[in-house]
Ligand binder design. Structure first.
Ligand SMILES: [Zn+2]
Ligand SMILES: [Zn+2]
Length: 127
């Protein structure tokens, strides 16, 4: 902020100058406060999202670990737990259960294994 100090000894002018200055300072602090609040809010939201993604990653990582340590029985791919016919193709987020085919996943709002609400379905491709 640019301010000129009046070169006068007139107490009325000086007094007005000081109260103007205080008013301006107050305004400026107000908008700083506003931006600081927004910054804090955005930072919190970002942290929240990061935590959520981390959680999903952890679940998927555990699932991967499990499928590595307990490989599916030789000769048979995993079977969809709903139709018992098609191969398993979809994992649920956030619970991480990998248990149904694409067709059955489309009609499910909850995981058939743990009944956790399905937030997202993750199509998994076996190489
Ligand atoms: Zn199915
Ligand atoms: Zn589940």
């Amino acid at each position: 902020m640019v301010c000129f100090i009046p070169s006068t000894n007139n107490p009325i002018i000086l007094h007005r100058f000081v109260s103007d200055l205080l008013e301006k300072l107050k305004e400026e602090m107000g908008s700083h406060q506003y931006y600081m609040n927004r910054c804090t809010m955005l930072r919190a939201r970002l942290r929240e999202q990061q935590a959520k993604y981390q959680e999903q990653l952890d679940v998927l990582g555990q699932e991967l670990q499990q499928s590595r340590t307990n490989p599916p029985p030789a000769g048979g791919a995993n079977e969809c737990v709903v139709c018992m016919e098609n191969d398993v193709e979809v994992a649920f987020v956030p619970c991480g259960h990998f248990c149904v085919c694409v067709g059955c996943a489309a009609g499910l709002a909850q995981c058939p294994i743990c009944t956790h609400d399905v937030e997202r379905e993750l199509r998994v491709y076996m190489s």
